[in-house]
Write a protein of this length. Structure first.
Length: 168
């Protein structure tokens, strides 16, 4: 079975680690495009940022609504495990993302400081997920549970994460 969202394909053979690392890479590229062209081609930068923001919001919803709960259920690590830290960092990420979004909406190019703060946070956050949390999740779930996660990812309503750029 292959599930697509226009750019990414999920296959039952993929691990959580493999899929989510690829999504991190895809999001990183979108953000780099935004940063690279924001002063020379603002419409292109704005479109890259919109795709990045929606994609990152979707990624966070997938983690918080599907991955974290199964990890907590399987391990019993709810308050003392990695997921409370990841949720806290998600809140910080969302605040920085919104700060940049407000500047993009206002055609304000002075978002470099917020961008660097977001990049620093994402770099650390993604490294923890890719090196520890995702492999740990892959170790505690079976192929059927993995396939169900991928199926459930496809079925999350778009309005759960697509809050961006309505007037763009």
């Amino acid at each position: 079975m292959i599930i697509t969202d226009g750019r990414m394909k999920l296959t039952e053979q993929q691990t959580i680690t493999t899929f989510y690392e690829k999504d991190h890479d895809r999001l990183d590229e979108l953000f780099k495009t935004f940063q690279t062209v924001k002063r020379s081609d603002f419409p292109k930068a704005k479109e890259a940022f919109k795709e990045f923001k929606i994609g990152l919001q979707r990624h966070i919803v997938w983690e918080e609504e599907l991955l974290f709960p199964i990890w907590e259920e399987k391990t019993g690590m709810i308050e003392d495990g990695p997921t409370p830290i990841m949720r806290f960092e998600h809140e910080q990420i969302k605040k920085l993302l919104e700060a940049i979004h407000q500047k993009v909406e206002g055609h304000n190019l002075e978002s470099d400081q917020d961008e660097q703060a977001l990049l620093n946070l994402l770099s650390s956050h993604n490294r923890k997920e890719e090196r520890a949390l995702y492999p740990a999740i892959d170790n505690v779930i079976g192929p059927d549970e993995c396939a169900k996660i991928f199926s459930d990812m496809k079925n999350i309503p778009e309005d759960r994460y697509n809050a961006c750029c309505s007037q763009h």
